[in-house]
Structures are given as C-alpha cells and as structure tokens.
Design a protein around this ligand. Structure first.
Ligand code: NAD
Length: 320
C-alpha cells in the first residue's frame, strides 16, 4: 500500500519521526507540493495526507487508487470533501491536539504586551540599565492582569483552557458562545451577550471557528463598542478580524495593543495593514506548533489511518 504525504514539513521539520506511518505501507513524504504536481505525486497511492495542499474535485476523480485522505490539521477546508464523498473516499481530520499549546500562546502574547520582557532584556544588554540614573526603569506601561476582565469569544476547548488560565491569574472571565454550558459558570466566569462582552472586557481573546457568521466579527462597529484601551488577542483565524479596522483602532489608541498569530491571508502579504499598525505583535501561526502538540497530531494521524485499515474509520468529516 502506497502512502503519500504531500506537505509534511510544517508538522515534521525533522524533529519527529514518520516511522509509525512507514510501518503501515510504502511511504513517500514531500516537504511541500505545488498545486500542479498534486496528481503526479499522488500517482497510484491509496492513502494521501495533506496539511494545506488543496485536494480538488479533479484530484478525487483522477487519482485512480485513492481510498482514504488524512488531513494533518483540524481545519479541512483545503479538501473538496463533497467530491471525496461522491467517490466514497473518507476524509479524516485531527479534531483536537493543540488545546493547551494555543491557550498557552494566548498568555505568551498577552504577557508580552503587559511586560515587554524581550524588549526590556534587550535594553539591558544594550547598556541602558548600566547607564540608568535609578535602580530600575521601564520603557513601556506595565500592566497587571489580576482583577481585569477577559472576554472570550467562542468558549469551546481552547476558549475554556484560556479561561482557566485567566482565572488562575486572578482575572474575571466573560464568555460569548452560541452554546452555553451553564455548568461552567462560577463566581469568576459568566456567559454574556456579545455586546456585553465588548462593553466590559479589558482583554478580548478570539476562540470561535471561522464561519460565515463569525467572519469579520471584529470590525469598526464592534470595536466602537469596546472599552477604550482594550487589548485584543487573536489566535483563532485571521478573517475573524477586519484588519483595516483593527489597524485604524490601534493607530488611534482605541485599541491599546493587539497580538495576532493568524492573519487574513497566510503567509502574510507585505501590504497587510497590521504590519504598519501601532502596538501590535504578529507571530507566524505558531500557536499549534510546540513539539509536544505536533507529536500528538502525528500520533492521531497514524491512529486515524490504522482505524480505517481496521475497518472502523474515525474522525471522518465527510459522513460517508
Ligand atoms: P471548539 O470547536 O472546541 O470551540 C469553538 C467554540 O466556538 C464552540 O464552543 C462553538 O460553540 C463556538 N462558536 C461557534 N460559532 C460561534 C459564534 N458564531 N459565536 C460565538 N461562538 C461560536 O474549537 P477549539 O478547539 O476551541 O478551536 C477554536 C479555534 O482555534 C479553531 O476553530 C481554530 O480556528 C483555532 N486554532 C488555531 C490554532 C493556531 O495554531 N493558531 C490551532 C488550533 C486551533
């Protein structure tokens, strides 16, 4: 059985092993595959893994032996799952693997905004402390999070993990979600409407998936309902934010600071308005990527294939 991984590099740039997949068949791993090479590289393989390489309707109709597709990610929008269904080909994703890592990243970003640890350390190495008149100095306002309110939009797995950390740091949490699990409410966590969340939050963190209903949820109008000086964190999906509107709000000071791990089109284009906005941290979609989290993803990707080969497919997203 031939197994082809079309774009394995971001999952495994060399610090993980493909060994478990090798045990299941004749494995070929490509670091990345241009769209015009997809069919050629799939060839007569039965099993194909993709992370971000598109698998189109044409692919499903032209790959002669294709039996199963594994997506090396949670989001599977790169795969024409309907065409796969028509061809009787299950597409399996990785529903969850990086909850802890993404929640941790929210605080890596937020704490950088609160303390500017890296820049202060660089200032010390430049000699600014040595030459300072007083025994300490700081170059930016320093912010304490305890007693502040974090508004979490989308209180699912990552939203809840983020909420737990926020509460551990003494913050109050308000959450907006279409589905409210009242059992999660406590003295320090309450569900509220979106408007209420925007009105009361000192920090807003986005954790809802990208749907038509959530696209552009952070825009001129919703920003105008936020507190002056709010902090915004986006580790979910770039298009949740209208980037021109956020850039304008950062430049005017309405939004004090923002940190985004995701942008509207990735890799980021050099004319993205956020690149020139004030007080913004932008990271290259790394929240998911600690080694522990990628290892978990790899294990689930292998288990998904084993389950299919055993006749009990799991994590299938195209309901065959
Ligand atoms: P999840 O499905 O557990 O939670 C999503 C929550 O959003 C659910 O509770 C759902 O009810 C809620 N929701 C759906 N539509 C909504 C709406 N219109 N308004 C408000 N809430 C709504 O998903 P998760 O595992 O917590 O992941 C959340 C998102 O994080 C993913 O969709 C993905 O975009 C993103 N993510 C990013 C990275 C990264 O590396 N930056 C990694 C993994 C996931």
């Amino acid at each position: 059985m031939k197994i082809v991984v079309l774009d394995g590099y971001t999952l495994n740039p060399g610090d993980l092993s493909w060994g478990e997949l090798e045990k299941l068949g004749e494995l070929t791993v490509y670091d990345r595959t241009p769209e015009d090479k997809v069919l050629e590289r799939i060839g007569d393989a039965e099993i194909v893994y993709t992370n971000k390489t598109p698998l189109t309707r044409e692919t499903f109709y032209k790959a002669p032996n294709l039996r199963w597709v594994g997506v090396l990610a949670t989001g599977y929008n790169v795969v024409d799952v309907e065409a796969a269904r028509e061809r009787g080909i299950p597409v399996a994703n990785i529903p969850t693997y990086g909850t802890a890592a993404v929640a941790q990243m929210v605080f890596a970003l937020l704490l950088e905004i609160c303390h500017h640890v890296w820049e202060h350390s660089e200032a010390v190495k430049r000699g600014d402390w040595t030459n300072n008149l007083d025994w300490c100095f700081w170059n930016y306002p320093l912010i304490e999070l305890a007693d502040k309110t974090m508004g979490i939009i989308g209180y699912g797995r990552i939203g809840q993990a983020t909420g737990k950390i926020a509460q551990a740091m003494g913050m109050k949490v308000v959450a907006y979600d279409q589905y409210e699990n009242k059992e999660l409410e406590s003295e320090t966590m309450k569900y509220v409407s979106l408007d209420e969340l925007l009105r009361v939050s000192d920090v807003i963190s986005l954790h809802c998936p990208l749907f038509e209903s959530t696209k552009g949820i952070i825009n001129k109008e919703t920003i105008s309902k936020m507190k002056d000086g709010v902090i915004l964190i986006n580790t979910s999906r770039g298009p949740l934010v209208v980037e021109e509107d956020l850039a304008e709000a950062l430049n005017s000071g309405k939004v004090y600071a923002a940190a985004v791990d995701v942008v509207s089109s990735e890799p980021i284009s050099m004319d993205n308005p956020l690149l020139k906005a004030k007080n913004i941290i932008i990271t290259p979609h790394i929240a998911w990527a600690p080694k522990e989290s990628r290892q978990r993803l790899m294990n689930i990707a292998v288990d998904n294939l084993k389950a299919f080969l055993d006749g009990n497919p799991v994590n299938v997203v195209n309901n065959l």
